[in-house]
Design a protein around this ligand. Structure first.
Ligand SMILES: Nc1ncnc2c1ncn2[C@@H]1O[C@H](COP(=O)(O)OP(=O)(O)OP(=O)(O)O)[C@@H](O)[C@H]1O
Ligand SMILES: [Mg+2]
Length: 227
């Protein structure tokens, strides 16, 4: 289960005045759910993902993922959480240019100390899931934007995280490539590989998720679908 309880996070401006990004924010999502997060620019979507990814801490309130209280965790526990429990996909893929897709997808496992063969085997399986088996030996600059983004999803899943966070994963793709990336998220959801939280500006993308949460000014404006 994912639980945010009375979370507030604000940023300090140059002027010294705080800008609230999330205000008294509470949200509960079931394990295995798939939820789209929408809302206007600046409403706190990325801030929400950063808190759930343990890339940021709340000022006040509680953030708990799969029984791990991130607001109480030490830096060491948070590092471990980032390595083991969560996978993150950004709008701009961040694959390393000098490495093949297979090497890119295997990298999180190698960094976590896995052997090269094990890591390559798992990476190959994820590329297969992403429909990229035939592109495994290509460099990032040798494949399309949609293929790159699916490789980024494969990389985010290779260590079998319980939570998959995606920030505008289809934001710079055409509708056909966006649809294929969404198909991959649906496959992950159906196979119960991870709980999915997907930030998007696109209403067409959002309605494809079983659950929707709309934010406005750092608060929940509406929520629909299963919790
Ligand atoms: N590092 C930062 N320093 C100062 N203010 C920040 C910082 N990060 C975010 N903010 C502010 O916090 C608020 C929420 O930002 P956030 O990035 O969560 O919005 P968002 O919903 O992801 O927007 P977008 O759709 O444009 O990506 C905004 O007012 C933003 O300007
Ligand atoms: Mg954002």
């Amino acid at each position: 289960m994912i639980r945010l309880s009375h979370v507030s996070r604000s940023y300090r401006q140059q002027t010294g005045l705080p800008v609230p990004a999330l205000q008294d924010f509470s949200l509960t999502l079931a394990e295995g759910s798939m939820t789209a997060v929408t809302g206007p620019s600046g409403c706190g979507k990325s801030t929400l993902l950063h808190l759930l990814g343990a890339l940021d801490r709340p000022d006040t309130g509680e953030v708990e993922v799969s029984g791990i209280p991130l607001h109480l965790a030490t830096e060491r526990q948070r590092t471990r959480y980032r390595r083991e429990t969560v996978g993150i996909v950004f709008q701009f893929f961040h694959l390393l240019p000098g490495m093949t897709l297979l090497e890119n997808v295997a990298l999180p496992l190698i960094l976590a100390g896995a052997g090269k063969q094990t890591a390559s085997g798992k990476a190959a399986a994820l590329l297969e899931l992403a429909g990229l088996a035939s592109k495994a030996a290509r460099l990032p600059q040798e494949v399309s934007g949609g293929e790159l983004q699916r490789a980024a999803v494969a990389r985010a899943l290779v260590h079998q995280p319980r939570l998959l966070l995606a920030d505008e994963p289809t934001g710079n793709l055409d509708s056909e490539n966006a649809a294929r990336v969404m198909e991959l998220f649906h496959t992950v959801h159906r196979s119960r590989l991870a709980t999915i939280l997907l930030v998007t500006h696109s209403p067409e993308i959002a309605v494809q998720a079983p659950g929707q949460v709309a934010l406005a000014d750092g608060r929940i404006a509406s929520q629909s679908g299963p919790p």
